[in-house]
Design a protein around this ligand. Sequence first.
Ligand SMILES: Nc1ncnc2c1ncn2[C@@H]1O[C@H](COP(=O)(O)OP(=O)(O)OP(=O)(O)O)[C@@H](O)[C@H]1O
Length: 238
Amino acid sequence: MFGCRDLRKNFGRRPVLDGLDLTVTPGRLYALLGRNGAGKSTALKIMLGLLPADAGTAYLLGAPFQRAALAHVGASIDGPAFYGHLSACDNVGVHARLTGTSAARVEEVLALVGLGDVGRAKARSFSTGMKARLALAIALLTDPTVLVLDEPQNGLDPEGIIELRGLLRDLAAQGRTILISSHQLGEVVRLADDIGVLAGGRLVYEGPLEQFASGDLEAAYLAASAPDAERTPTGGAR
Ligand SMILES: Nc1ncnc2c1ncn2[C@@H]1O[C@H](COP(=O)(O)OP(=O)(O)OP(=O)(O)O)[C@@H](O)[C@H]1O
């Protein structure tokens, strides 16, 4: 299992995560949704061991989190970080050397994310969307079974979003476990199988996207994700 149970995290006196339970099903694309500042990045960082929790348990590969399991995880959190003076190829190459991945795989992932033709160009010349693709290439480098992407659609144009959707759908169809975050339901509606809506430090809904609301999805999301919404469990909500 990939997910967490009763995760709690305060920054100062402010609870950001307040008993978060989350479960990502292999082979299904899970989008963690929540407004700006809801705690999505915090949750992802704790689940990847980048930030300590105050309480609760993160699970990776079916067991409580252990650093060694990260060898099976590809992630892009907190936006792309690159060496601007290096080419796309060399940026991915740095990670390839660190992870013992072949040079052939570097070319392969660059092609996979649509950067095959610009591999020699310096990363600092890249648009936001190209940088997002480069971050994805690095995340995919080790052919991970678990993929975690913080707001992967940020900066992508409509064509890029369609390509990302195809790529992530293919990866999910191969049985991989995929968790992405987003603050906009509209962005994930055509991408996710399952969603978790984070508000008030916990999930107010977790389950199949199509069961989230019968009518206006956006209105339902805005109501569910409002920080001051009344937290009364209904239907599939928790
Ligand atoms: N290291 C930190 N120290 C103090 N406060 C923090 C820290 N990291 C995050 N926060 C606060 O915790 C809250 C949740 O932040 P987080 O980045 O997890 O939200 P998010 O849902 O990912 O938001 P966004 O959609 O804007 O990326 C915010 O109020 C943020 O200011």
